[in-house]
Write a protein of this length. Structure first.
Length: 322
């Protein structure tokens, strides 16, 4: 099975190398011919267009669902492709077709569940990357790039991104983490407040390290997601802000030397579950709030107990593993 999958990956790479404007390298770099750059013509740009297309190209060989998934994971974890690389498209088509044929609607289905702790399979390829650590493959960015420049005291600090984790969980309206009315976009407010049981948090944690300092922390983007009222597998989402806090065990002196204050230790379990939500006074100044919620839309095109593939309203693809 592994040899067969490696052969298919090789064929896919050969196929991709013959298409215009695509290059497998440099590592984690978005290609100019990626799905994201072709989104205006090939992908849904609004919630009304729910039947998202990722490619019309056939798979390079007769491919089973299990082989397609293995190929996608291998290409991403090996650094041979990023999520928007054209080389993934034939395998994603196999996965998408299987999912559509199953007739699953992830908005309300619990098997497989949309909720959970989801890990990116590859390092991010955001604009503004400063460099790449060749030993561990980690890209480096300024914190300002990763936080819209909204944490002024940390804007110019350069970090290496270790991993990204998305925590998706239902909220209880009685809990402190339920959004205020102002944190819910006006167009969704009535629906969310009428049926709050469908609201989920969708925080994205970017785990980072500052090389040579012993400082490790998390940049959290605080967001919410709500099932679209009509479109199967569609979700409205919105970002309300974020913050920076230390990972468990970080030396307080090292943290203070970089950020100007000592962190309160978070437990490993709190971080793993995405529940390290009580900031200290020092962390308050490492927090940002958007002037108004930033709305987006995503369509789930594949979901099982281990993998999830979504396409955003501008065509960006996200592939994560539970």
């Amino acid at each position: 099975m592994k040899i067969q999958t490696q052969a298919m990956v090789g064929m896919a790479l050969a196929w991709a190398s013959q298409t215009a404007a695509f290059s497998v390298h440099p590592r984690y770099q978005l290609s100019s011919g990626s799905i994201a750059t072709r989104s205006s013509s090939k992908l849904a740009s609004t919630a009304e267009q729910n039947d998202v297309k990722t490619s019309t190209s056939p798979a390079p060989a007769a491919t089973s669902l299990s082989d397609a998934k293995e190929a996608v994971v291998d290409l991403l974890t090996s650094g041979k492709a990023d999520e928007n690389s054209e080389v993934l498209e034939p395998f994603l088509e196999v996965m998408k077709a299987s999912y559509l044929n199953a007739g699953t609607d992830s908005r309300h289905s619990q098997s497989p569940p949309y909720n959970g702790d989801w890990y990116n399979l590859n390092h991010p390829a955001f604009p503004g990357r400063l460099g790449l650590n060749e030993e561990n493959g980690r890209p480096s960015y300024k914190i300002g790039t990763l936080t819209f420049g909204l944490i002024p005291s940390a804007r110019d600090i350069v970090v290496e991104v270790e991993k990204m984790v998305q925590h998706v969980h239902y909220l209880e309206i009685s809990k402190q983490d339920f959004p205020s009315n102002e944190q819910i976009p006006e167009q969704f407010r009535e629906t969310v407040l009428t049926h709050p049981e469908h609201l989920r948090s969708s925080n994205i944690d970017t785990h980072f390290e500052i090389p040579g300092t012993g400082v490790k922390g998390i940049l959290r983007m605080e967001a919410f997601v709500y099932p679209h009222s009509e479109n199967p597998n569609g979700f409205d989402s919105w970002n309300v802000g974020g913050r920076c806090f230390a990972k468990p065990g970080v030396d307080s002196g090292a943290w203070e030397a970089v950020f100007g204050g000592s962190p309160e230790s978070k437990t490993e379990d709190m971080v793993a579950k995405g529940t390290a939500d009580e900031p200290t006074d020092v962390e308050e100044r490492l927090r940002y709030t958007l002037p108004s919620p930033m709305s987006a839309y995503q369509t789930v095109v594949y979901l099982d107990d281990h993998l999830r593939v979504t396409v955003g309203h501008r065509g960006s693809v996200m592939i994560v593993q539970r």
